[in-house]
Design a protein around this ligand. Structure first.
Ligand code: C2E
Ligand code: CA
Ligand code: CA
Ligand code: CA
Length: 275
């Protein structure tokens, strides 16, 4: 009778309220997910195009929802950001990624994505330095990936935090480069070590002259600003050939391996060079 009452209730609810309810249900589940241990990190290799070796793994969070199955980050990260939950979740991700990297060879780094909310609503510098101390990971094995949204405020505080992070010895990567509207301004103002060329430029680099020109320009820009360039979302040998010719230093994508659970990292490191 109870379930009947509920479905009748739903039937008469306007659509807007239904969406709101679904959203509230997701929020509620998200609030419990951390303590229920439902998050998991997957790791995707980054390959140096000169040595052809894996040099880093990017940590990408997954949510194993008990009923919905794997929920992609694109669905729950924005919600977690909106309700501030990204701060404790982000702290868990960082600690988990650094602890995991302690099991890897010493010349392999780990890259962790930071959300803009972690800059705005928490002391991200203290979190990073404490996590390095607690896990024992040397700072030079940690890369922090930051998108333009972090920099949108362009506040002095953001700049101070970025300099403080760098002073700890971690590296900073500008993620999704070229997709925002003021990438060039940011790359000039903020202390990045690496530019990650967004996959939208990489996707048709072998078939579209304009994309190829953009990639060449970004690599040249990186070189003159003394930043490394990584190509994201490399899927084919043709793309790789073009990226190599453009002078791109590193690459990541399905051609080298999609994100895998931590248990798959050792196997990837033992495989002969993927390219
Ligand atoms: P991102 O940081 O740009 O991550 C790259 C995304 O591209 C990942 O999607 C990855 O699985 C996907 N990818 C990698 N290689 C290929 C390829 O060859 N082809 C294609 N089509 N896709 C490829 P994912 O894991 O679904 O993550 C999506 C976004 O969610 C990330 O974009 C990042 O912005 C965010 N995200 C993921 N994990 C975290 C996290 O731990 N913290 C935060 N704050 N954000 C995260
Ligand atoms: Ca990233
Ligand atoms: Ca990216
Ligand atoms: Ca992206």
């Amino acid at each position: 009778a109870k379930s009947e009452g509920r479905s009748t209730y739903r039937f008469f609810e306007p659509q807007m309220d239904q969406r709101l309810q679904a959203r509230r249900a997701l929020e509620l589940d998200l609030r419990g997910a951390l303590e229920h241990g439902e998050f998991e990190l997957h790791f995707q290799p980054l390959v140096n195009l000169t040595s052809r070796k894996i040099i880093c793994f990017e940590a990408l969070v997954r949510w194993a929802h008990p009923e919905r199955g794997l929920v992609p980050p694109s669905e729950f990260i924005p919600v977690a950001e909106e309700i501030g939950l990204i701060v404790p979740i982000g702290e868990w991700i960082l600690r988990q990624a650094c602890s995991e990297a302690m099991h890897w060879p010493e010349d392999i780094s780990v890259a962790v994505n930071l959300s803009s909310i972690q800059f705005q609503r928490s002391n991200v510098v203290r979190t990073v330095s404490q996590t390095l101390l607690e896990t024992g990971l040397p700072a030079n094995r940690l890369e922090l990936e930051i998108t333009e949204t972090v920099l949108l405020q362009e506040s002095d505080e953001t700049l101070t935090s970025l300099h403080a992070l760098r002073a700890l010895g971690v590296r900073l990567s500008m993620d999704d480069f070229g997709t925002g509207y003021s990438s060039l301004n940011y790359i000039r103002r903020f202390p990045f070590d690496k530019i990650k060329i967004d996959q939208c430029f990489v996707q048709d680099v072998a078939t579209n002259k304009d994309s190829l020109t953009i990639v060449h320009t970004i690599v040249a820009l990186g070189r003159s600003l003394e930043m490394t360039t990584t190509a994201e979302g490399v899927e084919t040998q043709e793309q790789l050939t073009m990226l190599r010719a453009a002078g791109c230093a590193e690459a990541q994508g399905s051609l080298f391996g999609m994100p895998t659970p931590a248990s798959g990292v050792a196997a990837l490191l033992q495989k002969p060079n993927p390219v």
